[in-house]
Design a protein around this ligand. Structure first.
Ligand code: NAD
Length: 260
């Protein structure tokens, strides 16, 4: 969809060497955008991934290491790229524990990576978007930005926070050709979610299929995972002219979760 209409634009996607970030980057690349992939690692395979996508999509793709738990590295990622027409704040981690047992350092890490990083990247990107006369900020929030689950205090707080940040960014840019929106996915079968399966199997004495159906997809009425491609296409839509008046809001891609 939307063949090549992002040609000449640069998209920076945080946390994009796997999962949703990679899926979103790939779709933006298919629509013609040059890409900056990011994570906190500096491995040959990170750069090989960028080279493979460049060859496949026919756009420029760079991999830039930056740790989204560190304010200065968030801002440098944007500034050193030199152009940022589309910013996708996607990097995220999860930790599951009851509040009294939730390690303080895990709370700090989840808030830093899932929420504060988006503040720092957006602060660095908005002046560049204003200079270019166009911009899109897309925050990957979650159904947990609109609802809560027990044992995910930091994640739910961060995701509600990013929905709030989305509204403020939308208001601060409302008179400009810049929009900011949050995509709120339900469950997507990425490494982040796969990593939760063994613990849940042990906790409830279930096999893998039971965990998927009875725990992960319990609140997803469609009983299907959302896909990274669907999220990527939603991001591409938000970059289109059709979405120019959509700002400061959320789009759920959650199989009906938040309708319950
Ligand atoms: P994932 O683990 O596959 O990807 C997370 C990405 O973030 C990876 O590329 C990882 O390297 C990167 N990352 C982690 N810590 C980082 C750091 N300090 N600095 C830079 N990058 C870092 O997970 P995912 O499921 O693709 O999650 C992506 C986003 O989507 C997250 O914000 C997550 O909360 C959100 N989300 C996921 C789901 C789901 O079901 N998978 C649902 C709703 C929202």
């Amino acid at each position: 969809m939307f063949e090549q209409f992002l040609k000449g634009k640069t998209a920076i996607v945080t946390g994009s060497n796997s999962g949703i970030g990679l899926g979103v980057a790939e779709r933006l690349g298919r629509a013609g955008a040059d890409l900056v992939l990011n994570s906190f690692t500096e491995r040959d395979e990170d750069h090989a991934l960028a080279d493979r996508l460049a060859a496949e999509l026919g756009v420029r793709v760079r991999y830039v290491r930056a740790d989204m738990s560190k304010a200065a590295e968030c801002r440098n990622l944007i500034r050193q790229t030199g152009a940022c027409d589309i910013l996708v704040n996607n990097a995220g981690i999860q930790h599951v524990a009851a509040i009294p047992d939730f390690p303080a350092e895990k709370w700090d890490a989840v808030i830093a990576i899932n929420l504060s990083s988006a503040f720092h990247t957006t602060a660095a990107a908005l002046p560049m978007m204003r200079e270019a006369g166009w911009g899109r900020v897309i925050n990957i929030a979650s159904a947990h930005g609109l609802t809560a689950s027990p044992f995910k205090s930091a994640y739910v707080a961060a995701k509600h926070g990013i929905v709030g940040l989305t509204k403020v960014t939308g208001l601060e840019t409302a008179r400009e050709p810049i929009t900011c929106n949050a995509i709120c996915p339900g469950y997507v079968l990425t490494p982040l979610v796969k990593a939760q399966i063994p613990d849940t199997m042990a906790k409830y004495g279930m096999d893998r299929d039971e965990v998927i159906e009875k725990v992960l997809l319990e609140r997803q009425p469609s009983k299907e995972f959302a896909t990274t491609q669907q999220l990527g296409d939603t991001a591409v839509f938000l970059c289109s002219e059709a979405a120019a008046q959509i700002t400061g809001t959320t789009i759920s891609v959650d199989g009906g979760w938040t309708a319950l």
